[in-house]
Ligand binder design. Structure first.
Ligand SMILES: Cc1ncc(C[n+]2csc(CCOP(=O)(O)OP(=O)(O)O)c2C)c(N)n1
Ligand SMILES: [Mg+2]
Length: 281
């Protein structure tokens, strides 16, 4: 359970992260803004409440791991890590710049606090399950949190991982699906590309413990993670109903929000909206 103060802090942190994301992307011609804005509430719950972390010692052996398998949404994780103190917030301005340590896709060899290199959709699923299996072999209690895109579920590799993770009883693996209903070139909840149908039913058929909650309700996310942690014997998935481009009304739930630039006028508009939302928290 989150008390009122915690809830507000988590929501405010998420809004701050959203503001950093639009600022970051305003420095480059285009960036993955839609799918970054849809996961800040989740990241805020994880990094402020649920994950065992130590920003002063990012490679702490006892930490929980985060694998952002939808690695193109690096900006969301960078904003979160900077706001948690892993590296200076000013560094966010270097997104994608030549020689930067903040490449568009998450890279553990470059960025402090990134646990796994990702970007080739599907592969983060397998590496996360591999890390979880390793933790079990070492009899360690670290959890592995895995964030998948809904379009990413088109990758067969995700379902190979799902079979293996259940066979190996990886109850230390907690996955999330950012069900923002859009991939690059179509919707995920109709026949545009691959209709996902009932995602929870699919994971349940693979032996997983599946839940579905509002991905912008931090209390619901927190509660689902508590339940997933308490569940034993099989891996867990939480399907999050989210809005692609969340927080900036102009791009919310639009196909064009996947990757775009942010002009100076648009930056002002987006930051204004986000600040107003922050003031209401
Ligand atoms: C293996 C692979 N194929 C294609 C891509 C190119 N790609 C980048 S993002 C994306 C769409 C992903 O959609 P979704 O998982 O729904 O992401 P989100 O909506 O969260 O941005 C694609 C096809 C990739 N990164 N990896
Ligand atoms: Mg999507």
């Amino acid at each position: 359970m989150l008390d009122e103060t915690q809830k507000k802090e988590i929501k405010r942190f998420s809004k701050k992260a959203q503001m950093e994301i639009v600022k970051m992307i305003s420095h480059i011609p285009a960036g993955h803004i839609g799918g970054s804005l849809s996961i800040t509430d989740l990241l805020s719950v994880l990094y402020n409440k649920q994950m065992k972390i130590n920003p002063k010692n990012p490679k702490w052996e006892e930490r929980d791991w985060l694998v952002l398998s939808k690695g193109h949404c690096g900006p969301a994780l960078y904003a979160t890590l900077a706001l948690k103190g892993y590296f200076p917030v000013e560094q966010l301005e270097t997104l994608n710049a030549p020689g930067t340590d903040l490449p568009s896709h998450a890279d553990r060899n470059h960025t402090v606090g990134i646990d796994m290199t990702t970007g080739s959709l599907g592969q983060g699923a397998s590496t996360a399950a591999g890390v979880a299996a390793g933790m079990k072999m070492d009899k360690k209690n670290n959890k592995v949190y895995l964030i998948l895109g809904d379009g990413e579920l088109n990758e067969g590799q995700v379902w190979e991982m799902a079979m293996m993770a259940n066979t190996k009883k990886l109850d230390n693996l907690i996955a999330f699906v950012d069900f923002n209903k859009h991939q690059i070139d179509g919707r995920t909840d109709n026949d545009d590309v691959c209709n996902l149908g009932d995602i929870c039913a699919k994971f349940t058929a693979f032996g997983w413990y599946a839940q579905r909650v509002d991905g912008h309700d931090v209390e619901a996310i927190d509660q689902a993670i508590e339940e997933a942690k308490a569940h034993t014997g099989s891996p867990s998935v939480v399907v999050l109903d989210t809005v692609k481009g969340h927080g900036w009304s102009k791009i919310e739930n639009t196909a064009g929000s996947h990757s775009r630039g942010v002009s100076p006028e648009e930056l002002e508009e987006a930051l204004g909206e986000m600040q107003a939302a922050m003031d209401e928290i």
